[in-house]
Design a protein around this ligand. Sequence first.
Ligand SMILES: NC(=O)c1ccc[n+]([C@@H]2O[C@H](COP(=O)([O-])OP(=O)(O)OC[C@H]3O[C@@H](n4cnc5c(N)ncnc54)[C@H](O)[C@@H]3O)[C@@H](O)[C@H]2O)c1
Length: 398
Amino acid sequence: MPNERPQTVLVLGGDGFCGWPTALDQSDRGRNVVIVDNLSRRKIDAELGTASLTPIQSPERRLETWRALSGRTIDFVELDVSADVEALSGLLDKYRPDAVVHFAEQRSAPYSMLSSTHRTYTVRNNLMATQNLLEATRLSGVPTHIVHLGSVGVYGYSSKDWTMPEGYLEVTVPSSAHPDRKVEILHPFEPVSIYHLSKCMDAQLFEFYARYDNLRITDLHQGVVWGTQTRLTSQSDLLVNRFDYDSVWGTVVNRFLMQAALNHPLTVYGVGEQTRAFIHLEDAVNCVNLALENPPAPGDRVRVRNQVAECLRVLDVATVISDQTGAEISYVDNPRNEEAQNTLSVTNESFSELGFTPTLLREGIWRESVEIAQRFRADVDLDRILPARPGEHVGERA
Ligand SMILES: NC(=O)c1ccc[n+]([C@@H]2O[C@H](COP(=O)([O-])OP(=O)(O)OC[C@H]3O[C@@H](n4cnc5c(N)ncnc54)[C@H](O)[C@@H]3O)[C@@H](O)[C@H]2O)c1
């Protein structure tokens, strides 16, 4: 984004785990921020009987608190982005945002696999949210930059002996005239859940709208986000971010932290050799900002950036947390339909070139999460940490 005037950023899904700290960060940088959210994540908590361990406030209370602390105003619009393209188009006309950050999707792989209804909901919600955003942008003619939160998981978790590139793979397509001709194609997808499948289908929508309608789009392939608070959300208890630790919404890091806080062994599924990509929340928020400030030009293909700090095996995560907390590690049968072991290597070159220096799990900043887990452990329902039925859940959520 150019830097001459106050810019406006729409944060779709700005009430969520990643969206809320991003909205505060963008506001703190002096930008006009508008949160658009239908509060479906809070409603799904009611459906499943899950809850954030931290006592998150209503959007109104959060924003009042932020205004009192910072003197800055964030607008809030309650809207189902997947349902109302005209309303979304109207918002683009009204605010004429320089950028739209799109977090507004159902983001749990286990949730997307619970039943046929949940599969269908995830596809409809995620694809229609993306389609409506692209169509509203096209209709409004506002030259905004769309930054979407995708997932490293679109490439699957089967072992590959190459490093996952940033979206595109160079392949040789020989012909009689050009036996060594090389072209770049979107890296093949291998989704391991309906949730991941929806991210793959998003990518196809982005490809079309960038090529056909010249929309400027960045797709961030993000790893599992760990941590709870950022510098800004920790300024007041009333700004606290959500902390999910249950088997549907919690990542492996949070589940282990919660078990450690309760003096329960860390339950590693199988032999713990499943490898995933990770990034700390504060780093994720900073990377979104780097992406916003470095948009593709109109006519460019979709800019894919891997928003990842490091790749770790589940056992590595357990070992770090065990080393820091003294918790024991125990091995349980894997209830998930996933490969018992995989290797994974993911480049984060494009963010490194922009100055991104990742925080690693072992470095200790995660202590903040241990403190959260300790502080609220009286409210924990331990039964919710393990999945209810073997085979019920597939993969990590990111
Ligand atoms: N959290 C992670 O570890 C992680 C990792 C990789 C990618 N991502 C992606 O980042 C994005 C945000 O993830 P999160 O962890 O903050 O999830 P979240 O569920 O906490 O936040 C998503 C927000 O979007 C809102 N939303 C969903 N559908 C909507 C709709 N149709 N209209 C308006 N609002 C809607 C929800 O109410 C919620 O507030 C997701 O797209 C997710 O796939 C997250």
